[in-house]
Each structure stands twice: as structure tokens, then as C-alpha cells.
Write a protein of this length. Sequence first.
Lengths: 145, 145, 145
Amino acid sequence: MYLVAGKAEGKTPLNAFDNALLAAGIGDVNLIKVSSIVPPGAEVRMERPNLPRGALVPCVYAERTSEVPGERIAVALAVGLADDGFGVVMESEGETEEEAAQKAIQMVEEAFRVRGLNLQQVLRIAVEHQVVACGGVVAACVYWR
Amino acid sequence: MYLVAGKAEGKTPLNAFDNALLAAGIGDVNLIKVSSIVPPGAEVRMERPNLPRGALVPCVYAERTSEVPGERIAVALAVGLADDGFGVVMESEGETEEEAAQKAIQMVEEAFRVRGLNLQQVLRIAVEHQVVACGGVVAACVYWR
Amino acid sequence: MYLVAGKAEGKTPLNAFDNALLAAGIGDVNLIKVSSIVPPGAEVRMERPNLPRGALVPCVYAERTSEVPGERIAVALAVGLADDGFGVVMESEGETEEEAAQKAIQMVEEAFRVRGLNLQQVLRIAVEHQVVACGGVVAACVYWR
């Protein structure tokens, strides 16, 4: 699994989202949105995956776009991992990277508490952007082998 | 196919949804949301599936969360089956299980009428919850063999 | 890949959407929503695919429903293709087919510009409907071999 993030401006909100995906290195594949579980034994990397163009790629992502100049937009993912590599991904948004990341980490902590699992490690990725005219941010956890 | 439902409180709406999925027995897999057709020959069971943790599971689901204490939230799915096992799933929401289920059943009836199919059987699943602080409900139809 | 569109009335918004999918020839399959990339070498056809009932079908779609009698609703997809068959799909909505299609085409043009790709061909599909009581429109790009 790969954790990536990107931010960009665009002519429309959909283009800003597309451009943020390109900035994150996942703009030329087909993302299939899935819910938020990491299979046991998965390896999590903080790098860009090398994906064939057009591939169908399962993915958890948080995205936000805005056409309000000056607005601060941020999204984050936190990935909690148990001892056997099973994990839970939580997504959140906010005005700053730090705010969004803290929310996501707290959600991961509750998800582990209710499952009775030991939270062996927490990874996070976050991105923030101050909108010029039309901006977008995306943080994603991509499942690829 | 498996029809399941769950309800729960959580610290945030996303945690309440996660906890409701756990209560429904589908909290530790990756749900891929699909539209609402049951393949001919599928078997529908009102029980919890035995799913490997982290599996990618196609699923129709209805979910609702609320942070309004005292609010009643309900969701339902109805599954209509034709003579050959082909089916249509409709999702709905409301304040009570019964209200949500009736809406879903009426939508299934129209879906069969427009297709000119005989509605051989209707199954339903529904769940309601009165919110304490932050609650969630989910009803799902899970595709698994 | 197949570009299709449909419009319909229904008793509820979900039924209107279901009926619009039937009108487009994709009402009896399970659509999995994906993001918007056409794999290199794909062939794009402006015809209805012949899909097995209940199949899991990756799909980009734009849909809109309305319960406001007299309202005009339209959606469109534009598909831009590069020299090697790689493509980008953009979806949009509006009041008329032409308005929605123009928006989608402009988004495709920006998507090619930021990628530094030559826009060899643009295909479009659009549909509009004036709501009687409860109407829906859908335009879809279906991935099927």
C-alpha cells in the first residue's frame, strides 16, 4: 500500500481534483473507492507507486476542492497497523495539515480501541493548500502489488 | 448474498459508521459500493457472512449518521427476486425501521413493474437507532461466494 | 468502452435513476464507479454494450434527478483520446445537452493540456430531460470487453 498526497489549482473543481491526483502520482489510473481496511500482511510505503496507465486501482481517499480564494483546505489519512499488519485507514479534513492529521489519528485510535487491538504503528499523510482561484487537495492510500 | 444490518454510537460520524459496520459483521473488510442488481441464480441469506479480513467485497449499502441527540435514524434495504433469481436491491432511509422498509419495498415493486418481471419474493432488512451523542446505522447486501 | 445515455420519469428519485439506467441499456448490471481514465488501446463505441445481467461493470457516470416539475436537467460526458488511445473522461451537468457537453469538453481540453498530450479525438454523449413529476438523466462510459 502506498500513501500519497497532492494539491493543485485548476480551471474547474473537477480539473483541480484531476490535477491534485496528477500531483500525487495517481492521476492516470482508475481509482475504485473502497472502505478502509488494510489486509493483514500488507506493506505500507510512503512513496509513489509505479502504476500502469488506466489500471483499476482500489483506493481510500479524502479530497476537497474550493472556489473561495484565500480559503485554506486540508485533507489527511491516518493508517493504524496492528501487530499482524491488519490496519484501519481513517480520512479527515480541516484547514491545516496538522488539524486534519490529528483528527484522522484520533479516529484510528478509536477504531483500534473498539476492536480490542494493539495499535502497533500509526502512519499519516496530509496536505494543505490556500486556494488562489479554484484549488483541490487529495490524500490517498492506494492498494497495489 | 448476505443481508446484514447494524447500529452503534461513536466519537465521530466516521467512527459511528465504522462501529455500525462492525455491529453488522462487515467492519473488517473493504466494501466496494456497487449498484443494485442481484445476478440470476444468487442465493440470498439473512445471516452474517464469514469474510476474510481485508477482502474486497462488492456491496450495496444504505447508511446514515447523526450528531443530533434524540434523533431517530433508520435505513433499510429491500431485495426483490424474480423467478430465475435475478433481483433488484433498493435502499432507503427514514425515522423508523418500518417506514424505511416500506419505502424500499415500494421502490422494488416499481423496479419490477417497469421491467415486466414477476416479483416472486421480497426480502428486507432494516435497522433503527435513537441517537445518544453521535450514532450510525447501516444496512447492507454483501456479494460473496 | 461504450458511451450511453438515458432519461426517464419514476415514482421516486431512485426509481427515476433506475429507469434512466434501463433506458441507457445498463439497468440490469452492477455498476462500480471508477475515476476517469481510458486505458491505452481501448476502443470507444457509441453503442449499447451487450452485458450479462448482474455483471460487475466498471463505469464513469454522471447522473441527476429532480422532483421539480418543469425543471430542465442535463448531464454529459466527454472522452478525450490521445494518439495511443489513452484517454480522459470528464462529466458535467447543466440545463441543456449542449451546455453540459461544452463544459465536459472544456474540462477534457484542460486535462490534456496539463498532461502535455495531443488531443487526437473528442467524443461526447449528453442527455437532457424536462421533469414532469420526478425525472432522472444519466450519461455513462462503460468499461467492458
